[in-house]
Design a binder for this molecule. Structure first.
Ligand code: ZN
Length: 176
């Protein structure tokens, strides 16, 4: 236990894993996701991506970060996903009540700089409107030269209050 009373989870999770191994079955899954699908979503712990979409084990790549933002590293994973692992469709999922809506980029970075004496190089990618942010992410994907398949890119906002996905129309200026 830490001084502040926090009990780390890893040991309990390892015990869970031992039980998991007892019932482990090799499903014969392919390295290529069954649905040839890659999903980019916010890391928010309230969203169970597989459950909300009715996906099964082995169906899709799920790439998650704060906001579900299309960063260079997300692009890296998507390019690999398409070129080496056979995915052909990308679904973006952002959501209402996101942590990134509650912070200010400048204030957050200034705070870090004041505390640690160095400003982070990365962008926090804060946003106010999740719909606009999905649109921005779809536009970024359209600009990535290395993606083989851009014909099947769709974006959604997950409504925290009722679990419904709302589709976001892409910015037509960025569609080939
Ligand atoms: Zn979020």
């Amino acid at each position: 236990m830490s001084d502040d009373g926090f009990v780390p989870n890893a040991d309990a999770l390892l015990a869970n894993n031992e039980r998991y191994v007892e019932e482990f079955a090799d499903h014969g899954l392919s390295l290529t996701p069954r649905r040839h699908l890659a999903i980019v979503a916010c890391m928010d712990s309230r969203m169970d991506i597989f459950q909300m979409l009715g996906l099964a084990h082995g169906d899709a790549h799920v790439i998650r970060n704060a906001g579900g933002v299309v960063t260079d590293d997300v692009v890296r994973s998507l390019v690999l996903s398409q070129r080496l692992l056979g995915t052909r469709e990308i679904i973006l999922i952002h959501h209402t009540d996101c942590g990134l809506q509650r912070v200010s980029e400048d204030e957050f970075k200034t705070e870090l700089e004041n505390e640690f004496g160095i400003k982070p190089r990365w962008s926090l990618e804060c946003f106010k409107d999740p719909y606009q942010d999905v649109r921005q992410s779809m536009s970024r994907l359209q600009r990535v030269p290395y993606l083989m398949d851009k014909a099947h890119i769709r974006g959604f906002v997950y409504e925290m209050a009722d679990g419904l996905l709302h589709e976001v129309e892409p910015d037509q200026r960025h569609i080939d």
